[in-house]
Every structure is written in structure tokens, then in C-alpha cells.
Design a binder for this molecule. Structure first.
Ligand code: NAD
Length: 454
């Protein structure tokens, strides 16, 4: 037995022990077929709203076969099956018995890749089990629960050699990629500051019984089944990655630069109570109107980087407001502030006086080559087209058996902000050190996101 196989078996045995599942077989899972010529065999774990987006996009790729799906909700399984059938694929094997059925799936199937789109609770255990089984992982976005779990993912990747792509789709947004192009062309000059965040009114997502009523937890609909509990129990930057992922690409995160610290503050938590009190099915005595919610309505985090830049991240999901990730990037020659509703750029010496230029003109000029090539194809993929690029990068990474463009080190760095911000808020805003998950390699790793054809 070689070292890798031994390590894989011991770790899987350990994992199965922890979660009470069946120990996967001793057969190495890594297939010998040629990934580029054959179809890659994929499994989907978590086929809720987001998981089905991935099923829909990924099965449009001519070289992908879905062999298995896993979810504990029969409705989610049924809906995923309908999509798979509509793509002309054979019925996949279904794993749906219990929350650890993914272990049976990893054990029984010869998989090349899995997409994990469960609730946040399961991202790390399933990613670890899949990497141990030699299956290339694509895992949806979330914040971590602990610093340790981020290290576990990194160590597991290093021990097994199995890749993990962190599926941050906003990195592929057309404006975000145009700005990346501007950064590469040094339009802003040396960079000093970035802003972003998750500013999305989730009140009707957090309270949703499926027909407009107030409910979360068991019996609720969609993310209200699990996401709301985080607002009840955790005061933290709960969802850092949509804001920080793009900033990570602009600042060369883990590739010449790195995030060094985070300090967070939270406002009082008022808005969920207010919402329940004034909801047609709520009222002043409704239990949700008197609940002490932990999550401050706005959480503001200041991050520092090794190159001496700062980043302000905002988490704002309880208050009434239009959706905005509120991006800003600023260097010694100028800045861009942009989102769907505003796009403005000022570059010294080019923009008139202290005026803004229309961002759309700059972004059209710097449209990323990937968007120029695939923009039309991407149009129907979801989230304005960015999901097409994300799923394409994942599948092509698997087929080429190469490291993903948003890798396990990036995933660990983006996710670790959540537990560190939680600790910082609890300590009155005290800055927390962000671990160097690359263990020094950031100093010589070269930027890859948006540079090659993925
Ligand atoms: N990138 C984006 O644009 C985007 C958009 C929406 C959601 N998300 C992320 O995608 C993930 C899923 O979100 P969603 O909106 O699809 O939630 P959802 O509740 O609709 O789906 C989650 C699914 O996971 C299943 N599940 C839970 N535990 C499981 C387990 N142990 N094994 C197998 N299946 C299990 C549930 O039954 C459910 O069907 C989250 O991380 C969320 O933050 C990302």
C-alpha cells in the first residue's frame, strides 16, 4: 500500500468514525480514464436552489456525465432529476437516506468531481471526505465556523493532492473582470484601498414559510430552514466571499500579497424584530418580534494586507435596501466605484477636473477577453452570466487535472474572515491575525485568475 492510499484510508476511516457513516472501501477512487477524451463523471451533493443552478449549467458541457446526486430533501432530488432528464442524461444514482449519505456516494461511485451546494454546516465535512476519496471538489461559498476547519481543508489538500475549487461566482462578473483588466493595465496606479460587501435584504429569505408567512427552521422554505439560525446565534461578517473574492483577485491575494488582519464592529440588532412586528402575519407579540437576534444589522470589517492596503467589508442583510455589493477600488492614479446601479470612474489626468466618467465606457473598453469570447453563450446561465464562467472554469480544471483558479488557499482565506470577525466583535473590535494558509508560498505564487483561458 503506497503512502497516499494509506493516508486516504486512515483519514476516511477517521472521518467515518466522526460522523457515524460507513467506512469507504479500500479501492483507490482515482480513475485511470483520460479526463480530456472521456466524459468526466460528476456527482452533486445538495441539489437545492443553488445546487440545481450548477446541475443546469454543468450538464450543458458536452463532456460531463452526472452519475449520482445526493440530498436529504426528496423535492430537491425530484427537481434535480427533472433537469438531468431534460439534458438527455441517464438517471443518476440517488443518495438520500440521511445527512451522511454522501459518504456512501463517495464510496460506491467512481467519481471524478463533486459539486457541494448544501447549507453551510456541511461544506467542510463533505469537502474533506471528497478530497480524501480523491474526488476533485467544487464547493459553494460560505463563511467558516472556525479557523481550524480552514486549516483542515488546506492540510487535506496538501496530504491527498486532491484539488478544491472555491465556487465564488462574483469573481466572474463582467464589471469585476473589466476592473481586473484595468488593474493589470495599471490604470489605477499602485493600489491602496478596496471596498465591497454583501448588502442584500434577506428578510424574506430568512423568514419564509413558502407562501409569504413568517417562519424559519423546521418546516420553513429554502434557506429559511438553516440560514436564519446564523442570525440568531452569530454576530459576525457571515458572508464575506462575494465582496472579498473579487477584491482578492484585484489585490493578488495569496499570490504576491495576502490579507493580514481583520477588525470588525457590529451595530445593534433591530431590523429582524422590526420586520416581524410589522409583518401582516406578525405583530408586537410575535415570538420573532421579541427574539434577541445576535447578528448586528450592519457588520463592518476593516482588513489589512501585506502590501499596506486596507479593505472595508460590509455585511448588511437585515435592513430594507436594494441589492449592492458596493465595490470600490482606489489607487494613486484614481478609483472606480461600481455596482449594478452605479458605475463611475475617475482617473487623474484623463477624467475632467474632479469629475466622474461613466464607468460603462471604461468597462466596455476594458471588457475582459473571456467575456468578449463567451458573453453571448453565458447570457442564460444565471446571475447575469457569471455562473457560466465559474462552472466552465471548474469543469475545465477537472478535465485538465489542474489546480483551480480559485483554490483551497483562497477558499480558506475568504472563509476564515467569518470566525475571526466574530471573535473581533466579541473583543470590542480588537484586530485578529489572518493565518497565512499558504505558509509563505504567497511570496512567490503568481496570479492566475483571469489571466489564462479559465
Ligand atoms: N454563489 C451564489 O450566487 C449563491 C446563491 C445562492 C446560494 N449560494 C450558496 O449555495 C449554498 C446552498 O444554498 P441554497 O440557496 O441552494 O440552499 P437550499 O437550502 O436551497 O439548498 C441546500 C440543499 O442542501 C441539502 N442538504 C442539507 N444537508 C445535506 C446533507 N448533509 N447532504 C446532502 N444534502 C444536504 C438540503 O436538503 C437542500 O436541498 C449555500 O452555501 C449558499 O450560501 C450561493
Amino acid at each position: 500500500m503506497d503512502r497516499k492510499t494509506f493516508m486516504k484510508q486512515s483519514s476516511l476511516a477517521g472521518l467515518a468514525g466522526i460522523v457515524g457513516g460507513k467506512i469507504p472501501s479500500n479501492e483507490p477512487k482515482k480513475s485511470s480514464h483520460s479526463m480530456l477524451n472521456d466524459h468526466i463523471r460528476i456527482g452533486f451533493i445538495g441539489t437545492g436552489l443553488r445546487g440545481r443552478n450548477h446541475v443546469n449549467n454543468i450538464l450543458d458541457h458536452p463532456k460531463v456525465q452526472c452519475v449520482a446526486i445526493c440530498d436529504i430533501d426528496p423535492d430537491a432530488i425530484e427537481r434535480a432529476q427533472q433537469i438531468i432528464e431534460s439534458k438527455g442524461q441517464k438517471k443518476p444514482t440517488v443518495y438520500q437516506e440521511h445527512e451522511q449519505s454522501y459518504l456512501d456516494m463517495l464510496n460506491d461511485e467512481k467519481l471524478d468531481a463533486v459539486v457541494i451546494a448544501t447549507n453551510w454546516r456541511w461544506h467542510t465535512p463533505i469537502s474533506l471526505a471528497a478530497m480524501e476519496a480523491g474526488v476533485y471538489v467544487g464547493v459553494e461559498v460560505s463563511g467558516a465556523f472556525s479557523v481550524d476547519e480552514c486549516w483542515e481543508l488546506v492540510r487535506c489538500h496538501e496530504r491527498t493532492g486532491t484539488h478544491l475549487m472555491f465556487l465564488e461566482n462574483v469573481n466572474y462578473r463582467r464589471d469585476v473582470m473589466a476592473v481586473l483588466n484595468m488593474v493589470k493595465d495599471n490604470v489605477f496606479g499602485e493600489l491602496v484601498h478596496y471596498r465591497g460587501g454583501y448588502q442584500h435584504d434577506l428578510r424574506t429569505v430568512k423568514f419564509n414559510d413558502g407562501s409569504g408567512g413568517l417562519l424559519y427552521g423546521e418546516g420553513a422554505y429554502g434557506e429559511a430552514r438553516w440560514r436564519t439560525a446564523h442570525s440568531l446565534h452569530r454576530n459576525a461578517e457571515l458572508y464575506p466571499t462575494h465582496g472579498l473574492g473579487p477584491i482578492g483577485a484585484w489585490m493578488d491575494m495569496n499570490r504576491g500579497n495576502r490579507i493580514t488582519s481583520v477588525a470588525s464592529h457590529a451595530t445593534k440588532a433591530r431590523s429582524l424584530k422590526h420586520f416581524a412586528k410589522n409583518h401582516p402575519t406578525g405583530g408586537p407579540n410575535h415570538p420573532y418580534a421579541t427574539t434577541e437576534w445576535a447578528l448586528g444589522d450592519i457588520v463592518t470589517s476593516t482588513l489589512t494586507t501585506a502590501r499596506g492596503e486596507t479593505i472595508i467589508l460590509t455585511h448588511d442583510t437585515n435592513l430594507p435596501r436594494p441589492y449592492s455589493l458596493g465595490f470600490r477600488i482606489q489607487g494613486v492614479q484614481g478609483l472606480a466605484e461600481f455596482d449594478y446601479h452605479t458605475q463611475r470612474v475617475h482617473i487623474e489626468g484623463i477624467s475632467e477636473g474632479h469629475r466622474w466618467d461613466a464607468g460603462s465606457e471604461w468597462f466596455a473598453k476594458y471588457d475582459h477577453p473571456l467575456w468578449k469570447e463567451f458573453g453571448e453563450e453565458a447570457a442564460n446561465s444565471g446571475h447575469g452570466g457569471m455562473d457560466f464562467f465559474l462552472d466552465r472554469a471548474f469543469i475545465e480544471g477537472v478535465r485538465r487535472e489542474q489546480a483551480p483558479v480559485i483554490d483551497v488557499y483562497d477558499g480558506a482565506t475568504l472563509r476564515v474572515i467569518t470566525p475571526l470577525s466574530e471573535r473581533s466583535i466579541a473583543e470590542g473590535g480588537h484586530p485578529q491575525e489572518v493565518p497565512d494558509f499558504t505558509q509563505g508560498a504567497w511570496m512567490h505564487r503568481k496570479p492566475i485568475f483571469g489571466i489564462g483561458d479559465l
